[in-house]
Design a protein around this ligand. Sequence first.
Ligand SMILES: [Zn+2]
Length: 396
Amino acid sequence: MTTMTESRFIHAGWLIDGTGRPVQQNMAVEIEKGVIRSVEEVQGDLVNKPGIVDLSDYTMLPGLVDTHVHLFMSGENDPGIRKRQLNADYNFLKPVIANHLKQLYAYGVRAVRDGGDYGGYALRYKNECLDDNRSLVQIRAAGKAWRKSGRYGKLIGRPPVNKQTLADAIKNQKTTADHVKIVQSGLNSLAQFGTETPPQFTLEDLTEAISAAHKKNLKVMVHCNGKEPVKLAIQAGCDSVEHGFFMGTDNLKRMADTDTVWVPTAVTMKAYAEHLKPGSAQAVMACRNLDHQLEQIATAKRLGVVIALGTDSGSLGVHHGSAVSEELKILISAGFTLPEAVRCATFNGARLLAIQGQGQITKGMSATLIIFKGAPEELLPNGGKLGAFTDLQKHL
Ligand SMILES: [Zn+2]
């Protein structure tokens, strides 16, 4: 008679464990009460162990994390749909957000960080509709972002009011937000290569604001492109630089020195290139911007900058879920191996979102796992398997 235990062994054909190490083959993962108890190579008679779950023709990896999304917007190209979503109220957007979460789930995403919307609707949705312990996709939301009056960012945020400094506004704000989002520059030019917009906030204002957020135990994500805006964001102590197009090598060195995380959102530029009129000056510029970002990603890897995968889903042509596979491909084309790119989309993301015990398939971590049928090489080619994840629970 065998002793009943609650632990289950899974035989995974291939394992991409989130640490960045090369793919491992024929691994046994032991799970007990939702926690990984052991990970070891399959030895002789283990395959005959009663109750072992045979996933020998599957690849297993940790649930993915998209660290930059805007849940209130779809990636739709249709100007009518975009306009409607950009002016809608909560009741209109509620099913829109629910649908985006379904899409994310299908693409293996198990946690997202929302970068803000004008109504704070993603945060409201999280508070009203999700039980964090049971929700399929965990949400970390900024609510409304902060920007300077008269500057870029109206669609996702608002400026401090009543002559408050940004630090005062953050200090005085009663909110259930999980982090703070600050807009520190404008958008990238599709007319002139590498044009930089001036910083929205001074170093002093930004430093005080970030310190006010940190005192409330909130991390700060800063939208910034260009040398000066990014430099100020890093010097002010932000937790992550969002986008960071044209930030330059000195800023990448600063990030490596200070452990500031970079979320390159390169897929946004790829999407522009694909949605603008082929051969048009703007489409050509979008391609050049993308190439430049690829070079920066390669430099970041060489310098040891921590990159977390984020897509800016909701932007034009950037669809929730599928954009994650696009961004993974971009990281690989910039020189990452598949397991290294997966680390950006799992462990690095989970750490940035402060989701404890998630993002790696190692002993003691949560068993938030995704699987797909086939070898790792089948994950990303056109169409790929990223949209075809199976829920591991169905096999247990
Ligand atoms: Zn964004």
